[in-house]
Every structure is written in structure tokens, then in C-alpha cells.
Design a protein around this ligand. Sequence first.
Ligand SMILES: *Cc1c(COP(=O)(O)O)cnc(C)c1O
Length: 339
Amino acid sequence: MSATAYVDLSAFEHNVSAIVREVSPAETWIALKSNAYGHGMLELADNALRAGATGLAVLDIPAALRLRSHGIASTIFAWLHGAETDFGAAVAAGIDIGVSTRAQLDAVATAPGVGRVHLKIDTGLHRNGFSSSDWAEICAHARELEVAGSITVVGVWSHLADAGDESDDAALARFENARAAATGAGLAPELFHIAASSAALRNSRARNSVVRVGIAAYGISPFDDVDGHNLGLKPVIRLESTVLSSGTGQSVIAAGWFDGVPQQPDAEAWVAIDGGRAAVLTVGPRHTLIAGEFAAGSTVVVWGADGPTAEAWAAWTNTIGDEIVTGVPAHVRRVFGRG
Ligand SMILES: *Cc1c(COP(=O)(O)O)cnc(C)c1O
């Protein structure tokens, strides 16, 4: 065994419930993209809904279809589409489809059945979405498709950059304008969503009718100035390994960067072992060296409950907590439990 990732379903449900309470009356959709940020999409889906989420958000339609086949009956939202995307399968499975281009809109409309469409307005990120200048025309076109019985526009959405108060205010104003223009074009969307974790937790004006929350549900703060614990969130994933051997004041752990231990941490980095801390010396591909001699077989908590946080590892390796947890590779065994 190299490393094992323990996924605490009670901690996940605790976080989802806390977020649901905080943002209510807005609904909460939980983002399960990237295999639920490395935690396990199919294993967490039911738990998110049981804890009060009303929908799930994944990147692409194949992931949405996997959730549907797994028995998930709630709203499933998918928004990233490639040239090969099978919109027919998505419409047939009742997936909520985020649409960013006219070609996507027409492809959904052409599929048999009535596609559930969420039109994306670009409110300043310039990644994707319709521009403000195209918006009126797209809404008019979408309304024609609706009248023809090909689609129904159930939502208008965007993504907030969290680039500071002023630019967020400007983005929210653009979002409001888009919403008004959609209604003006005769559309009657009921779902308006722009906030991810950070805006959902700190900007009540951004919540609208739905928030799409990812990282906070996994117990990791979306902010630089406060960690998950201080937000009342619990870490969900715990990466553990064991001591292989020791000598000359050091011990070798049976996991390295190939197993999800982040590379090149700075000198502050530590892991938990025998109820204390051991400094991390070097992280190799399959092994990590720590300071101190520990008995072979001793359990090492790389991060998670009883160890350093994923946020701490993010600070030590100059990244964000999302990357630490999502970076646990697929070959690392996940063990799902409670507590
Ligand atoms: C990843 C993502 C989210 C969730 O973001 P967090 O910051 O992890 O909460 C929401 N919406 C979209 C479009 C995303 O890509």
C-alpha cells in the first residue's frame, strides 16, 4: 500500500448542510467536477442531495449521464461541451444544459425532445458565454426555438471572477441586465446563478436563486484570509501513508508525488505521526523523507483530520487547496466512511 485517501461522508454532509443553511432561500447545487475534486463523484452525489443540495453540477455531459445512470433524479447541470458532445443523450436524460454559443443552442434544439437550456451571459471573465452585444439577439432566437417546442430556457447563468468588490459589482449589474433582457424577450427562466463558493459565502447579493458550490463543500476555504475550519467547515479527504523504514534521524514514507503528496514543499511542511509532527524533508516520486526515526508501519497523516490541512499544503507549495485534493491520483485507494 502506498497511500490511502479516507473520505469522510459525514464531514461532507456537514459542510453541505452548513452551506445550504447559509445561502437559503437560494438553492445549493454541489459542483462534482473533476471526480468531485478528487473525492469520488458517484460516491458523494447521494450524500450531497441528502444533506439538502437540490442539484449537482459537473463539467460535461458524459459525467452528467454517469450520474443519471447511477440513479440521480435531481437537477444535473453540465456546461462544458466539445465538438463531439451528444446533446441528444443529454436531452433524453433530462440534463440541464449550460449553453454558451449559438451552435450549442441550435444543437440542443435539433435533438429530439425539449432540451432544458441555461443561457450563459459573459459578465466579464471572457472565458465563455454570450457577449452583452449578442444577448438580445440570442434571447430572441431562443424564444423562437421555445415557441417551436424545441427547447425551454430554464435558466440564465454566469460565473463570477471574485476579482474584488468593484468588478464583482459590475459583473452583477451586467447579470441583472441580462436577466431583464431575457424576460423582455419573452423567456421565463426560473433559475439565475452566478455564485460559486466564495460569492455564495460572502456576497449575499450574488446568490440569486441558485449557488453552485464546489470547494467549500469539501471543507476547503475559497478565501486567502480564513481557512475552512474558521468557516465552520470540516476537511473531507485525509491522505494517509505508512513508514517504510528509518535510520540516521530520518524516516521513509511509502508515498510520494506519484501518490498525491505535493512536490517541493517549503521548509514549513510537516505531517502528523505518533500524535506529533515531523518535518517533511524531500518528496520523491514514490517516497517521502521526514525528519525523525519512527517505527516501520506507523501511520502518517499527510493531510486531513488530525494532520495539516490541505490549505496548509497549498501554502507550502504555492497553490490552492483545490489543486491539493484534486491531485490525489486515481490509483490511490479511496475508503469511504463516516467520522
Ligand atoms: C468549478 C465551478 C464552480 C464551483 O467553484 P468553487 O469555487 O469550487 O465553489 C461553479 N461554477 C462553475 C461554472 C465552475 O466551473
